[in-house]
Design a protein around this ligand. Structure first.
Ligand code: PLP
Length: 395
């Protein structure tokens, strides 16, 4: 085995395993062992690994044309932007390559909006516990204390607010001048799988309208079917001004998008933003296929049904364990909060043929491919509940 620190910067701490093949909800390692994947490349492989229709679309486009610059018209980009607009009610798109980049576009829209109103120090309200990516702007937006210590000075112009507390947000908007936008995740994924309470997005929308502030959602993790709707905001029947999206959008092919409506959709002028790869023919072809599959009848219903089954069974099977503090989430973004750090469970799950994830040290995060069936849920429950039961007896 090659020492990973010899050639790779030390930013990740991977498990000592490499996967060489994937199909649906399954992964195989280089020794031929098979694993049930409940992580999906961190909420990316929403249609599962090696989806035959996605691969076919990718292959057909790859032999025709992989890349053109954005200095020419790209009909596939227009087709994807149109399909997204129809599916969401948003109006215009800017394509990029990752979640962080899509958030960066949102932040630039907010700043530009502030400037257009003549603000000297435009401010963006973000939420405590948020995660928006790893660039300086997205780190500054999230304001995580540990990262702040390492990478300060942070970018200016962000104010933090309590997540899911509409009164705190209202007070903040009342008292602060030159606020241009509110940015939040409908479920704080990296922040411990924390969903907002019912009605919160509607109330945020109302406040944003009242104070002429852009409502911006980071749906990088919650978007593209993860919560049982194409986007989580659709559960509440609201329309944000700006939505950042990536991950499941490409089902493994790197693509991100920032969608906007109204004034936010028309704020950029030529030269204000750009990306060499953003929305190239290959990426757009894949996303068009992913979207088409997700729009087939019953897709989101299946996600909701599996999510309900998994969540209810977890609650029933784990209810007597004092180490389990909470089971929460939205759709197939499920968190099991334990009373202590449980990172070791990732290794134990691998030894039992399953890939799981732990976030915030003590929250097991399940983000399986949305196409899993009941038998996959049963296997997940069997392995996971056994591991948690053994873990609960340990101190
Ligand atoms: N925003 C949210 C809510 C995320 O969950 C993530 C990644 O986990 C990002 C932004 C950053 O996305 P990427 O890693 O694709 O840059």
């Amino acid at each position: 085995m090659i020492d990973k620190t010899q050639y790779l910067m030390d930013t990740y701490n991977p498990e000592n395993i490499s996967f060489v093949k994937g199909e649906g909800v399954w992964l195989w390692d280089d020794k031929g062992n098979k694993y049930l994947d409940t992580l999906a490349g961190i909420a990316v492989m929403n249609l599962g690994h090696s989806h035959p229709e996605v691969i076919q679309a990718l292959k057909e486009q790859a032999v025709k044309l992989m890349h053109v610059s954005n200095a020419v018209i790209n009909p596939l980009q227009i087709a994807l932007a149109r399909a997204l607009a129809k599916a969401t009610g948003m109006e215009k798109s800017f394509f990029c390559n990752s979640g962080t980049e899509s958030v960066e576009v949102a932040l630039k829209i907010a700043r530009r909006f502030g400037r257009s109103k003549g603000y000297v120090n435009p401010k963006i309200v973000t939420m405590k516990g948020a995660f928006h990516g790893r660039t300086m702007n997205s780190l500054s937006a999230a304001n995580n204390p540990a990262q702040k210590k390492l990478f300060s000075p942070m970018m200016p112009g962000f104010i933090q607010c309590e997540f899911d507390d509409i009164n705190v947000l209202e007070t903040l908007l009342k008292r602060t001048t030159e606020v241009t936008a509110v940015l939040l995740e409908p479920v704080q994924g990296e922040g411990g799988v924390r969903p907002h309470s019912e009605g919160y997005l509607k109330a945020v929308r109302a406040l944003c309208d009242q104070y002429d502030v852009l409502m911006m959602l980071d749906e990088v993790q919650t978007g593209f079917g993860r919560t049982g709707a194409l986007y989580a905001f659709q559960h509440e029947g609201v329309l944000p001004d700006v939505v950042a999206s990536a991950k499941g959008l490409g089902n493994g092919f790197p693509i991100g998008v920032c969608m906007a409506k109204g004034v936010a959709a028309n704020i950029f002028k030529v030269g204000d933003h750009g990306s060499t790869y953003g929305g190239n023919p290959l990426a757009c072809t894949v996303s068009l296929k992913v979207l088409e599959i997700m729009q087939r009848s019953g897709f989101h219903e299946h996600t909701k049904e599996m999510a309900l089954y998994l969540t209810e069974e977890l609650r029933t099977r784990l209810k007597n364990l004092s180490c389990v503090k909470d089971i929460r989430g939205k759709g197939l973004l499920i968190g099991i909060e334990l009373d202590r750090p449980c990172g070791e469970l990732k290794k134990e799950a691998l030894r039992n043929g399953m890939v799981i994830n732990v976030t915030c040290q003590n929250v097991i995060r399940l983000v399986p491919p949305l196409i899993l069936d009941k038998s996959h849920c049963d296997l997940t429950l069997e392995v996971l509940c056994k591991l948690i039961k053994v873990f609960s007896r340990r101190l």
